[in-house]
Structure formats: C-alpha cells, structure tokens
Ligand binder design. Structure first.
Ligand SMILES: Cc1cc2nc3c(=O)[nH]c(=O)nc-3n(C[C@H](O)[C@H](O)[C@H](O)COP(=O)(O)OP(=O)(O)OC[C@H]3O[C@@H](n4cnc5c(N)ncnc54)[C@H](O)[C@@H]3O)c2cc1C
Length: 282
C-alpha cells in the first residue's frame, strides 16, 4: 500500500530537527523499519515526517561517569559489534545480536526501538536489567527518565509532543564480576520475542548478591520481574524463582502463543537465562 501524502524534511542539525518537531505534529524517522510499514498500512498517517538520518551527533557509544551512553541513531549492528559494548555492557551486545536479521540490525536504531515500544522488542528486557535511563530533549530543554517510567504501555511511551530520544544510558559491568544472559523464544516468521528474558547477576559467598531480570513479549509492556529477583537468594533457587515470572501478569495471547503457553515459556526461558548468567560469572 502507499502511505498518505506527507511533507518530508531532512534537517542537518539537532536544533533544526527539534524546531521542526516542536509543535508536536511531526513524526521523526530513524531506521524506518517500524514507522514506514505503519504508514504504508495507514495505521500511522503523519502529515510531516522529519528524517533524523542527516542529523550529526546522534550516533555514538561512549563511556562517561561509569555509564555507557548510546546515541539514539546508533544501529543495532553498531551495538552488537562494538568492542566497548562487549567489554563494558555485554548483555546489550548479546541482546542486539538477537534482533531480526543483519539487514534489520543495519538499519534499525536503539532510539527508534525504544520510542516504538513494541511489547515484543528485545532491547526493553535488557534495558530494564541494565537500570537504563532515557535522555529526552526538546527545543527548550531536556529530562532523563528511568526506562520503566519511559515505557508506558503497548506502543506507548512517556515521550511528549516535541520530544526526541537523544540517548540511552546503561550501567557498566566490570569484566567478569557480573553474569549476564539474554534468552529469547523467537517468533518463527518475524523473529520478534514470543518471550525474552534478560538477566544480570552477581554472587558473593555462595549467595546471589545482586540480580536484575527484564522480561519482554509476555505482557503489554516489558517489565522487571522483581518477584523472581527477590526469590533468587542462591544459585539453587533458579527453578523456583523462574517459576514466579508470570505471577500476577496478564499475559498476551495471540495467534503465535496463548497466554498459558507464553507464561510457561517465560518460566522456561527465565530459568535458562538465570542458569547461563550464573555460569558466566568468572
Ligand atoms: C523484518 C523485521 C524484523 C524485526 N525483528 C525484530 C526483532 O527480532 N526484535 C526487535 O526488537 N525488533 C525487531 N524489529 C524492529 C526493529 O528493531 C526496528 O529497528 C525498531 O522497531 C524501530 O527502529 P527504527 O530505527 O527503524 O525506527 P523507526 O521505524 O524510524 O521509528 C519507530 C518509531 O519511533 C519513533 N522514533 C524513532 N526515533 C526516535 C527518536 N530518536 N526520538 C523519538 N522518537 C523516535 C518514530 O517516530 C516512530 O514512531 C524488526 C523489524 C523488521 C522490519
């Protein structure tokens, strides 16, 4: 199908881009992998599309103040293949490698993925496990939100009209001290997560001293499985802790997987991710 007619702008500076979106009526275009299909299906019909492709300074990965800062236009492939991400935040590199295929990873961006807030997207699980923050900018200022506050519902975020995702900020893990793992049951056709579990764990004196578990695909939005985290006191608790992942969750149900099946797969994949993460601690 052909999208409805729209005005197209390709700004060459961030200031120009922010000015163009400041009245809240334009949609920004990043990799276009989610927006263009929606426009072709006429599920989205923006009157004005502002392409970020020529805006400099939105694609970077750098370490600052003990965190990794990743520019919104950084592609999944750049994250997957970055030596810095591999050494400082390997969970994110592992998660990026699970997204779609190489063409998708070459075009899709982390900013577009989080702004789109697909309930089956991979990054949100990892970003929850990484205590990520999302920095948002407007023509007149900026604010930073924790990822759990940024993700509001299916395809809905806390982005206000005129706001742009500028960067995603994640925790850095000192080499080897933190175990990590992303495990995903992928939809056979699309590759999106039927369920996905992202885990970070640390151990001390035989006990689990720190854990973060982010879950995608199971519910209308990705969430942190705090029940699993609190039940995981020692490595022997993996099965019982993972068994609680769907407790109190209203699970998604669709042609790919019923709610009951999704819940069971979430338990299985969370247990696998926990075991692998614990086994990876140096
Ligand atoms: C065949 C296929 C397979 C896929 N498989 C997977 C998969 O397995 N796992 C997965 O997680 N994803 C998958 N995706 C989605 C992919 O990861 C996209 O990259 C992502 O959903 C959107 O990123 P984008 O850069 O293309 O954004 P776009 O499509 O350009 O934009 C998406 C939305 O975000 C908004 N937006 C974009 N950038 C910003 C910004 N900086 N600030 C504010 N708003 C912004 C746009 O206005 C739009 O509403 C797949 C996509 C395709 C086409």
């Amino acid at each position: 199908m052909i999208p409805q007619e729209f005005e197209y702008s390709a700004p060459t500076s961030l200031e120009e881009a922010l000015h163009l979106i400041s009245d809240g009526s334009a949609k920004v275009l990043a990799g276009g992998l989610s927006l263009i299909p929606l426009m072709k299906l006429r599920l989205a019909a923006p009157g004005h599309v502002v392409d970020l492709g020529r805006v400099p300074g939105l694609s970077y990965i750098r370490e600052e103040g003990g965190k990794l800062h990743i520019g919104a236009m950084t592609t999944h492939y750049q994250i997957e293949s970055s030596a810095l991400v591999h050494s400082r935040c390997p969970l994110l590199a592992e998660t990026a490698a699970h997204i779609g295929d190489v063409q998708v990873r070459n075009a899709g961006t982390i900013g577009g993925s989080v702004a789109h807030a697909d309930p089956a997207a991979d990054y949100p699980a990892a970003l929850l496990a990484l205590d990520a923050q999302v920095r948002l900018v407007t023509a007149s200022g900026e604010r930073t939100l924790p990822i759990q506050d940024f993700l509001v519902d299916t395809l809905t975020t806390a982005l206000e009209p005129g706001e742009l995702v500028a960067e995603v900020i994640v925790d850095v893990d000192v080499d080897g001290a933190t175990g990590f793992c992303y495990q995903k049951m992928a939809h056979a056709a699309s590759g999106f997560a039927i369920v996905g579990a992202a885990v970070r764990v640390r151990r001390s004196n035989g006990r689990v001293s720190f854990s973060r578990v982010g879950i995608t695909g199971l519910a209308p939005k990705a969430f942190r499985a705090t029940g699993v985290e609190s039940l995981l006191q020692t490595p022997d608790d993996v099965a019982s802790a993972a068994g609680a992942v769907a407790d109190g969750i209203e699970a998604n149900s669709d042609l790919a997987a019923s709610a009951e099946y999704r819940c069971q797969m979430a338990r299985v994949y969370t247990a696998r991710a926990l075991r692998q993460a614990l086994a990876r601690i140096a």
